[in-house]
Design a protein around this ligand. Structure first.
Ligand SMILES: [Zn+2]
Ligand SMILES: [Zn+2]
Length: 775
């Protein structure tokens, strides 16, 4: 591998990009003995499994003992056998049922195939039957699954919500009464809005299990996160103390060579000085990809968007063809979730047997789909979290052979933070996964769904939390629930028409959407949620779709339609907006450890945002090409926020400095938002901010950070507990940036509604110093 690194350094485009090299040592596998049902033992042997890893036997024994388990280990470490063996044993012994829940149908297909192969090795009449129950099935196919009564049922949270829980009594009683094991795969995927929904769906499942006298054990499989047990408990509502953690990977691995590749700063043809702008990471990734594939390394490049994966795969193949490598060009492709099931399966097989030599992928390949191990993983930009970085890097490594992972940095804050301080990545802990099952915007829909599934009673507050009694009273007075006083106590039944489940989509929030209409081809090219459409599809916006560029000629809100025309554009557009935050209720108060005078609060807030116009920017340089006003409706968001009230003395000291005070707090706000994902599993787009020199609620200069979803998904609540360390990390990020006066790697934000004005980088550092090192 050292030879490979020397070879990389000898590439004609090498200008010192390799800034870190760290080797994670390999290790031999550790096996353990365990007594298995002889039939199952034989079946495993005929699928090629003669021995089990120690982490697998530990999980199996823990489940046999009746405890709940969290299996938290890397991709492809064999987590699934940990629950497969107990699930099969119980099906063989007493026709007990297992419910497997996976976040994506692609993963479920993969699991179904593996489990089905094992089941068929057991032979006819074993009692073990595997079936998926997902949106992929037609109505007759679904009916056939229910008639067959499989012992292992694989489904998505969505199908559990729409298709299983609503019919539990009528169609699934055979399953519910025999349910002994619930497997939640990829539990780290359940976070934010989707995770909060799933947590509520699982509370509905728990409630129905109680009614059927079923008490299933829970197995959660997770990527490496900071809080695996806390998160499994939050998602499943099983007590944290009921879980055992199995997080030691005892499968065999080779050494992994981690390298950081920082694209060079612009110089020469453009005189941008120390602007902090760097050469595109996409260009650099493409160069490495083509060279590595040509050198014979089977390589995956992870990139962030589907369109990008498609485009770079095509361009990489073209480049190989130009070099005369026609066969290799044909062995390069893109992998992403929008491909057909058949196409994805073909690529997975091709990666396994080595006929595919290179693939550009979105995070779709992050899931546990089996593709064997590859030689090299390229990360085209920091994947956003350490967790995702390790998941993607986990695709490298075949047996105990050495493998290479290259992280190619973009120009964003976290990318450059880790380039400047690689130890912050290698030694830092993984992020915490956060959900909020108490979200007041999500609860009513789930409580109504629960009432439709089986009457509610006062004791259901143990499933739905402390706000349940008040919520039920509200729903009753709105005639959505009907109260009956029976001999067995109070019951509420669903009082409305139709199905409350159908009104509730787990993967989205808000239902108003805008249709995108391409006039040139007279076709609809897609839809956008209302709020996103105001930002991305206003009149004059440049809109990219499937590698094509459009300009929006009209946004017709009476018809909820945006009219687009294909057009060449060498500029991009960004909206400008005004924001206001009203504090509706302060919930918690604390002070910074380092600055007693600085009050920090967690609160319910209402954020109102009005898009006032947009700005065109030159694509190459980012320079502004002028502004235009827009007249659009005000958006209102009821959510949660943390805020920091600056002591008057600090404000006075900052105002004594040269520069604009607003620029200092504005820059500090941007930088804190950029660093939020350092400890919490989220994207900086999941939160928003506002900094103001005077807020009517606090009567002082205030920095707000709010959850970007109605009701809040728990991010700012978690951030409230960690504000001190967020300030420390943010200060070191901004102070370490080599730019003169602010750049995308420190205080600028691509999502700023004020076109990144005013920003005062040095003033922001001074502000952090006042908060962290009081004189
Ligand atoms: Zn900078
Ligand atoms: Zn801003």
């Amino acid at each position: 591998m050292d030879e490979t690194l020397d070879w990389l350094r000898s590439r004609p485009y090498y200008e010192g990009q390799l800034v870190a090299h760290e080797v994670t040592p390999g290790r031999p596998a550790e096996f353990a003995r365990i007594d298995l049902n002889p039939r199952l033992d034989d079946a495993l042997a005929s699928t090629g499994i003669d021995q089990l890893y120690r982490h697998q036997t530990t999980a199996i024994e823990t489940i046999r003992d009746g405890d709940n388990v969290v299996l938290a280990s890397p991709t492809a470490s064999g987590k699934s056998l940990g629950y497969t063996v107990p699930a099969f044993e119980r099906a063989l012994d007493r026709t007990a049922c297992t419910l497997y829940i996976g976040p994506q149908v692609a993963l479920i297909n993969d699991q179904e195939e593996t489990l089905d192969t094992l089941a068929s090795e057991l032979g006819f009449g074993s009692g073990v039957q595997v079936a998926q129950y997902t949106g992929r099935l037609s109505q007759p196919e679904k009916r056939a699954v229910r008639d067959r009564q499989p012992t292992i049922l694989l489904t998505t949270p969505d199908m559990l919500h729409f298709g299983i829980l609503p019919h539990a009594h009528r169609l699934w009683d055979w399953f519910m009464t025999r349910l002994e094991l619930v497997v939640i795969d990829e539990v780290h995927e359940y976070r934010g809005v989707f995770g909060s929904h799933v947590a509520l769906v699982l509370r509905r499942l728990n409630r129905l299990c109680n009614r059927f006298d079923a008490d299933p054990q829970v197995v959660c499989c997770s990527a490496t996160i900071r809080n695996p047990i806390e998160h499994a408990a939050a998602i499943t509502a099983a007590p944290a103390a009921s879980f055992d953690l199995v997080d030691t990977d005892t499968s065999a691995t080779g050494p992994t060579h981690w390298t950081f590749w920082n694209p060079p700063e612009y110089s020469g043809d453009r005189d941008w000085g120390d602007s902090g702008r760097r050469r595109s990471n996409h260009v650099e990734t493409k160069r490495l990809f083509v060279d590595l594939v040509e050198r014979g390394y089977q390589t995956v490049a992870f990139t962030q968007a589907r369109q990008a994966a498609e485009r770079y795969a095509t361009e990489s193949a073209d480049e190989l063809r130009d070099r005369g490598d026609h066969d290799l060009a044909l062995a390069v492709t893109a992998y992403q979730a929008a491909l057909s099931r058949e196409r994805r399966a073909t690529i997975e097989t091709g990666l396994h047997d080595g006929s595919i030599r290179g693939v550009w992928s979105t995070n779709a390949l992050e899931l546990g789909v089996d593709i064997g191990g590859l030689d090299v993983v390229l990360l085209d930009g920091y994947p956003g979290t350490r967790m995702a970085t390790h998941q993607q890097a986990g695709r490298a490594g075949r047996g105990t052979d050495p493998s290479l992972v290259v992280l190619l940095a973009g120009e964003d804050q976290l990318d450059q933070y880790f380039m400047a301080d690689p130890d912050a990545f290698f030694k830092g802990p993984p992020e915490r996964a956060i959900v909020n099952p108490e979200n007041g915007h999500l609860l009513p829909g789930h409580v109504l769904s629960a009432a439709r599934e089986n009457w509610l009673r006062p004791a259901d507050d143990r499933h739905f939390g402390p706000t349940f009694p008040g919520l039920v009273a509200d729903l009753e007075s709105a005639d959505r629930l009907e109260r009956r006083d029976t001999r067995d106590g109070i019951r509420w039944t669903y009082g409305g028409e139709g199905s409350p489940q159908q009104d509730l989509n787990l993967r989205s929030i808000g239902d108003r959407t805008i249709t995108l209409y391409d006039t040139s081809a007279d076709t609809v090219i897609g839809t956008l949620p209302f709020d996103d459409a105001l930002r991305d599809a206003h009149r004059g916006a440049v809109y990219h779709h499937q590698g094509r560029t459009f300009v929006v000629t009209d946004l017709d809100l009476a018809r909820d339609m945006a009219i687009l025309e294909p057009r060449h554009a060498d500029f991009y557009t960004r909206v400008l907006h005004d924001k206001e935050i009203t504090v509706t209720r302060d919930r918690e108060t604390t002070h910074l450890d380092t600055q007693e005078d600085c009050t920090v609060r967690f609160a319910d807030v209402t954020m109102e945002k009005r898009i006032t116009g947009f700005e065109r920017h030159d694509t190459a340089s980012g320079e502004s090409l002028g502004r235009e006003p827009l007249d659009l409706p005000t958006l209102t968001l009821d959510t949660t926020a943390l805020y920091l009230v600056l002591p008057a003395a600090i404000e006075a000291a900052l105002r004594d400095r040269a520069g604009e005070f607003l620029g200092m707090i504005h820059a500090a706000e941007h930088a804190m938002i950029a660093m939020f994902p350092l400890e919490l599993l989220c994207d900086r787009r999941d939160i928003g901010g506002l900094s103001t020199p005077h807020h009517p609620h606090t009567g002082a200069s205030t920095i707000f950070i709010y959850d970007g979803y109605p009701g809040g998904v728990g991010l700012t609540r978690a951030g409230f507990d960690r504000l001190q360390s967020l300030l420390v990390d943010t200060r070191s990020m901004v102070a370490a940036c080599g730019c003169d006066d602010g750049c995308p790697a420190c205080v600028q934000s691509p999502h700023c509604g004020n076109a990144n004005e005013p920003l005062d980088k040095a003033g922001a550092v001074a502000l952090f110093d006042h908060l962290l090192e009081p004189a």
